[in-house]
Design a protein around this ligand. Structure first.
Ligand code: PGA
Length: 244
């Protein structure tokens, strides 16, 4: 579903007291409007806190990763069914930090998207090139390969995805893709999604989005919102992005 979607990715940040303050500031400050949605992807231990703080609000929540397996002997993993029990609507799969530090391959990311959908969650499937790949002119090939792995696995459910383009070189670096650079990649992704019968998928941009650059990015034809890391930890900044 298109319209504006802004998702906070807290990454491995937070604490019960700080979260309580942030969540209540967001609940107080967020005014839902037609076609505008926000969500927060929090660390697993804080899902219960998000569930209780946000249950009566229009702010959705979710997790930052999920197991590709439904249950069993997978020490340390968390299943999509468990996330659903805590009221999650979304789960990020294939974030570049998972791919880089935890070895999530295209095949694993695709399997995680399938597992999420099977539990009724919306996967936020991340794609993005490294600086070396961009410099080598491989951006389109990389993001298409990453997206195609997910599309092949989810088949007719492609329209249920959210897709986030996050150039690895722009994540947490303060260096953002220009609106034109981001739009060029989004147009490619949109074309591929359209071929797959999923033209209406929300396509988010992520990578150093702040209140002062969000509006220019979100104004682009194929950018439907953002996946926000660092700036999602500050209520005023995150709300300003969500209103951009
Ligand atoms: P950033 O992170 O906004 O801190 O660059 C974005 C992300 O990794 O999702």
């Amino acid at each position: 579903m298109r319209g504006t979607l802004v998702v906070g990715n807290w990454k491995m940040n937070g604490g019960l007291a700080a979260n309580a303050a942030l969540l209540s500031a967001l609940v107080d400050g967020w005014r839902a409007a037609p076609g505008r949605r926000i969500a927060l992807c929090v660390p697993y231990p804080y899902l219960a806190q998000a569930n209780s703080a946000l249950a009566t609000s229009t702010i959705a929540w979710g997790a930052q990763d999920v197991s590709e397996h439904a249950s069993g002997a997978y020490t340390g993993e968390v299943s999509a069914g468990m996330l659903a029990e805590f009221g999650c609507r979304y789960v990020i799969v294939g974030h570049s930090e998972r791919r880089q530090f935890y070895g999530d391959t295209d095949a694993v990311v695709a399997a995680k998207a399938v597992a999420a959908l099977a539990a009724g969650l919306t996967p936020i499937a991340c794609v993005g090139e490294t600086l070396a790949e961009r410099d080598a002119g491989a951006t389109v090939a990389v993001v298409r390969r990453q997206l195609d792995a997910v599309l092949a696995a989810v088949g007719a459910d492609a329209s249920l995805l959210v897709v986030a383009y996050e150039p690895v070189w722009a994540i947490g670096t303060g260096r953002t893709a220009s609106p034109d650079q981001a739009q060029a990649v989004h147009a490619t992704l949109r074309a591929r999604l359209t071929q797959a019968g999923a033209a209406d998928v929300a396509l988010l941009y992520g990578g150093s989005v702040k209140a002062d650059n969000a509006q220019a990015l979100f104004a682009m034809a194929d950018i439907d919102g953002g996946l926000i890391g660092g700036a999602s930890l500050k209520s005023a900044e995150f709300l300003a992005i969500a209103r951009a």
